[in-house]
Design a binder for this molecule. Structure first.
Ligand SMILES: [Zn+2]
Length: 266
């Protein structure tokens, strides 16, 4: 099996075996019980989630930092640790996962952490359940917020998952303190995004704060603000919607090529 697809495959099997998904939010309590996993919140710092397991016996405990601000992020952390517990090759992993290890979509080099994230994304947002939400409306951050609420998964994981599954020319860009951190585009997007550097003036993401009210739906901005290409004709646009995430000092931007971009010289 292709290594990165192992996460979703294990998550789907677990959902089928435990009847853990009822069309919307996955019942992590029921799943943990079925796996003999105790979930405990602790007042600790230094990590977000940890897996404690007995050697050679399939029982264990998941420990979650109580002070994680959002229930959805806690859920994603628990699902991530269940992934470490179940997947082969993860026997030595889990242990302690820092907040940087969980849902950190910037570091594809860390295969086991990414695999646990992919597992968590499928466990909380099974493709069959989430697809109708993605396909029933045009792309917007509002759709992603609706999914995050219904499926109780972190906003960044929803954004990632959305681009995995949508058939639109979409991408999401996560920036923190004005600097691009990571991006993900759908397989239909067709352009390379600027991978790092400062968010450009002229985009809705530039200077976006919790108080500034950007557009409630994606609106056109210059495509050159986001797309890395020497052959982008002047005046071409991309649709953008951005939202500040003050808990993370970050901004999430949705990009959508609603109308195809002209090729240079045509
Ligand atoms: Zn981990």
């Amino acid at each position: 099996m292709e290594r990165l697809r192992m996460g979703p495959a294990y998550a789907s099997r677990l959902l089928a075996e435990t009847n853990g998904s009822q069309g919307t939010a996955t019942d992590l309590g029921r799943i943990a019980l079925a796996l003999n996993l105790e979930v405990r919140e602790v007042d600790a710092g230094g990590f977000d989630g940890a897996l404690v397991r007995a050697k050679s016996v399939p029982i264990g405990a998941i420990i979650v930092r109580r002070s994680i601000l959002e229930a959805s992020r806690k859920n994603f952390t628990i699902a991530h640790e269940i992934g470490h517990f179940l997947m082969p090759g993860h026997e030595e992993s889990g242990g302690v996962c820092a907040s940087d290890d969980i849902g950190n979509w910037t570091r594809p080099a860390n295969v086991l952490e990414r695999e646990a994230d992919e597992f968590a994304a499928e466990l909380l947002m099974p493709e069959a359940s989430i697809r109708p939400f993605i396909e029933s409306s045009p792309p917007s951050l509002g759709v992603m917020e609706e999914i995050a609420g219904k499926f109780r998964s972190s906003f960044s994981s929803v954004a990632w998952r959305y681009c995995d599954l949508t058939r639109e020319r979409c991408a999401v860009v996560w920036s923190a303190r004005g600097q691009i951190q990571w991006s993900k585009h759908s397989k239909y997007f067709g352009y390379r995004l600027r991978k790092s550097g400062a968010v450009r003036q002229g985009s809705f993401a530039f200077g976006c704060t919790a108080r500034s009210r950007g557009p409630s739906l994606p609106k056109p901005v210059s495509a050159a603000l986001w797309i890395q290409s020497k052959n982008l004709p002047q005046g071409e646009v991309i649709w953008e919607q951005s939202k500040a995430l003050p808990n993370y000092d970050s901004v999430l931007s949705l990009l959508w090529i609603k109308k195809p971009i002209r090729k240079a010289g045509l």
